[in-house]
Ligand binder design. Structure first.
Ligand SMILES: Cc1ncc(COP(=O)(O)OP(=O)(O)O)c(N)n1
Ligand code: TZP
Ligand code: MG
Length: 212
């Protein structure tokens, strides 16, 4: 049986200030939540430490108002320090095995990106709460990627693990149905929400498609 009880989320907003087309990141996040995003990841790749801490605290307060978990990308120390719901790490980041051994992460969500088949049944994947299928389709938002998994890749990963699977990479209204049918549990989105003229509407349309 798939283990989605520990990770019941279906629409995952991944966001940075740069993704918001000049709009306020907190406002875009709130609109996405109002539209149906049920988990949020702050993914700032180049913000300085002090600024990132301040922004994460404001994001956590906003998410807290709606009972939405905040995941911090890459920065495990920051996630623990500010008591975020969890951290997302890839293959260049802290290992999920190491993080899980730390008291601070025993009860926090750890997400891990899978970029190659052998990673799906690795110790890192076993230690994680969900696996990011990274990327499902090529995306202009993140270009330093390895495998474009496609629908066949999702089905292959599904056959190898019961971990909750988060599909990321060019997730759009027209492909989420097939992505879920192929075996993903959750859809993670940057540009289709953050770059939309109406982020709330875009999130609501995606959530509606996911919930069909
Ligand atoms: C949900 C989700 N899946 C995959 C990623 C990618 O993480 P990573 O491979 O560490 O790359 P960066 O995001 O750090 O550039 C993600 N962030 N979220
Ligand atoms: C962070 C990340 N990890 C794999 S693809 C990607 C970017 C997804 O962005 P978009 O939803 O705009 O394609
Ligand atoms: Mg990373």
């Amino acid at each position: 049986m798939r283990n989605t009880e520990s990770f019941p989320y279906r629409l995952y907003l991944v966001i940075s200030e740069d993704d918001c087309a000049g709009r306020d990141i907190l406002r875009v996040t709130e609109q996405a939540i109002l539209g149906g995003a049920d988990i949020v990841q702050l993914r700032e790749k180049s913000a300085d430490e002090g600024y990132l801490l301040d922004l994460s605290i404001r994001m956590k307060a906003l998410c807290g108002l709606y009972g939405i978990p905040l995941i911090i990308n890459d920065h495990a120390g920051l996630a623990a320090h500010m008591q975020a719901a969890g951290v997302h790490v890839g293959n260049e980041d802290a290992s999920p095995v190491f993080l899980r051994s730390q008291e601070a992460f025993r009860n926090r969500i750890i997400g891990y990106s899978v970029e190659a088949t052998e990673q799906v049944y690795s110790d890192k994947a076993l230690a994680a709460d969900y696996l990011g299928i990274s990327p499902v389709f090529r995306s202009a938002t993140k270009t330093n990627t390895l495998t474009e998994w496609g629908l066949e890749g999702i089905a292959q990963i599904r056959s190898l693990t019961d971990k909750p699977l988060v599909a990321i990479g060019n997730m759009q209204l027209h492909n989420v149905r097939q992505v879920l049918q192929a075996g993903a549990d959750c859809i993670a989105v940057v540009s289709a929400i953050c770059g939309a003229a109406d982020p709330q509407r875009a999130a609501a349309d995606l959530k509606n498609e996911i919930s069909k």
